[in-house]
Design a protein around this ligand. Sequence first.
Ligand code: ATP
Length: 152
Amino acid sequence: GIQSLIQKLTLIHPSFQFETEVQSVMKTPLAIGEQHFEQVMLIILDNAVKYSPNETNIHIKATAHKDMDMLKIVIKDRGIGIPKEDLLHVTDRFYRVERARSRERGGNGLGLSIAKRIVEKYDGKLMIQSEYSKGTEVTISLPIASRSKSSE
Ligand code: ATP
């Protein structure tokens, strides 16, 4: 689940603090497979770390919709942000903002396109909001497994 994943991430990036507002609803099984969930979270959190100054907090918040059929996870950083004209393209394969700027940070522009494809495969949504030089907010919505299908 997300809690053990966050513990793992804190070990990988000891200089970062992950603020969490994880509710008991997180124990509800998601339609997405555990490995795919971890892959998506790692891609988004790795970006948050990569494109933020050292020692800044990355905020992770998880909430369930009122009808309990979707789980929403918001990952927010106060890093370099994404210019408006690039925002629509960052989930394209191989797209990177300002190649020179991000080359030193490694990566090949695949992460977010993979994350989006995985999330959509499970009928979820991946949305990105960002303000250049202020920070970025990635929101993923994922269907909760047990209720969504059986109650219909
Ligand atoms: P990788 O394939 O290793 O993930 P990448 O980070 O370049 O490499 P994506 O994860 O697809 O590739 O991201 C695409 C681009 O979007 C990045 O190059 C970066 O410019 C921008 N980006 C993604 N996440 C953030 C973020 N949290 N803050 C600022 N820019 C971001």
